[in-house]
Design a protein around this ligand. Structure first.
Ligand code: GDP
Ligand code: MG
Length: 357
């Protein structure tokens, strides 16, 4: 009897164990199937790459911020507002590249606000300075137009001309914008209008390849206007939205650069194109020197906005205030590095916060 029970129990154990193994294998198979299905679905789904967020002013303006902080140190170390406060504040603004005339205007406006509000300590004064600077940067149109009819032209490719002295970042900016505009679905042709050096066309060609956009270039020393004209023709033939035209920052001594730029503009509009933006590129690290060069360009060609490059470097942020106040032009784009994604739209409040905090 006992033996029968032991045999029956052993048989039960064997049955249970095999059932367990069978069920486990089945479960594993199901799990494997599910994993395979998920992998397959993932492979079929379109790859959606989130565009990397651009760099922030706060992150890239650290050098400008600490420079200004240093200049303002003496203003805020004294606590109370007195005659020295105003002298030190004016000097700090000038050293930060705001420009003498604009610094004086800011001081006068802030003095009036102090009288109005009865502010007595320097921390509250700083808030007033920030407000005054921010208010000078607001109310500018920073949009970039691709609408030829709004600019008084016929439907056809919009042309953006990039002007400015050598080395400020014209070619790099066009390269960065080609990537941005392409990712937003726009079609374009680049015009290598800086025919002064062969290397300039090479450099623009490399950028064009990175974004897979078309480029028209001429031989070294070719007429820049004809390169731009050909680029517009090609853009029109291919129904592209935009032509971005690079130009030289200097020419053979015989030729007048400003005359040449005016000619480029006229020729760009001879065919189907309309110039909707003329962007003056300024290197932020050149400070007040850059401002006088910029004034010459602004006087000669109808500039619609500024691209301020190299604000990530040793630049003093005050040049932004000088450009708006002295040139009366909006900074539309800012270069915060050499990389393809290092171009951002200008934002007045973000900029002022990043500069002062
Ligand atoms: N740090 C920094 N460098 C820049 C920026 N924009 C351009 N550059 C650099 O400035 C140099 C001159 O630029 P380039 O586009 O050739 O100037 P162009 O002569 O006006 O066409 C290059 O080494 C660029 O990489 C920027 O926003 N930040
Ligand atoms: Mg160039």
């Amino acid at each position: 009897m006992f033996l029968v029970i032991v045999i029956a129990a052993a048989a039960l154990v064997v049955i249970a164990a095999s059932a367990y193994v069978l069920l486990r294998d089945r479960a594993e198979l199901l799990v494997d199937d599910a994993a395979a299905e998920i992998a397959e679905a993932a492979a079929e789904a379109p790859v959606e790459v989130e565009p990397a967020p651009g760099p922030s002013f706060r992150e890239r303006l650290s050098t400008a911020r600490s420079a200004l902080g240093g200049y303002l140190g003496s203003v805020f170390s004294r606590g109370a507002i007195d005659a020295r406060t105003w002298e030190d504040l004016e000097e700090a603004l000038i050293r930060a590249d705001v420009g003498v005339r604009t610094a004086t205007e800011i001081i006068e406006a802030v003095q009036a606000r102090v009288a109005e509000t009865g502010v007595e300590d320097s921390a509250a004064l700083l808030a007033l300075v920030k407000q005054e600077i921010a208010s000078r940067l607001r109310d500018f149109d920073r949009s970039l137009s691709k609408d030829p009819t709004a600019a008084g032209g016929e439907p056809g490719p919009a042309v953006w001309l990039f002007v400015g002295v050598n080395g400020v970042g014209k070619t790099t900016t066009i390269g960065k914008l080609a990537a941005r505009e392409t990712s937003e679905g726009h079609t374009m042709v680049l015009a290598a209008g800086d025919t002064f050096r062969a290397a300039a066309a090479e450099q623009l060609t490399m950028w064009a390849e990175r974004s897979g956009v078309d480029i028209v270039r001429g031989a070294e020393g070719a007429d820049p206007s004809s390169v731009v004209f050909d680029a517009v023709e090609r853009a029109a033939a291919r129904s592209c939205d935009l032509v971005m035209a690079d130009t030289a920052g200097r020419l053979q001594t015989k030729t007048n650069l400003m005359e040449e730029l005016r000619k480029v503009r006229r020729v760009a509009e001879k065919g189907a194109g309309t110039v909707t933006e003329t962007l003056l590129v300024i290197d932020a690290t050149t400070g007040q020197n850059g401002m006088s060069q910029a004034q010459q360009f602004a006087d000669a060609v109808d500039v619609t906005g500024v691209v301020l490059t190299k604000l990530d470097g040793s630049a003093k942020g005050g040049i932004v205030v000088a450009i708006h106040s002295e040139l009366g032009l909006p900074v539309k784009l800012v270069g915060l590095g050499e990389g393809i994604g290092d171009l951002v739209e200008f934002d007045a409040d973000e900029f002022v916060d990043a500069l002062f905090e």
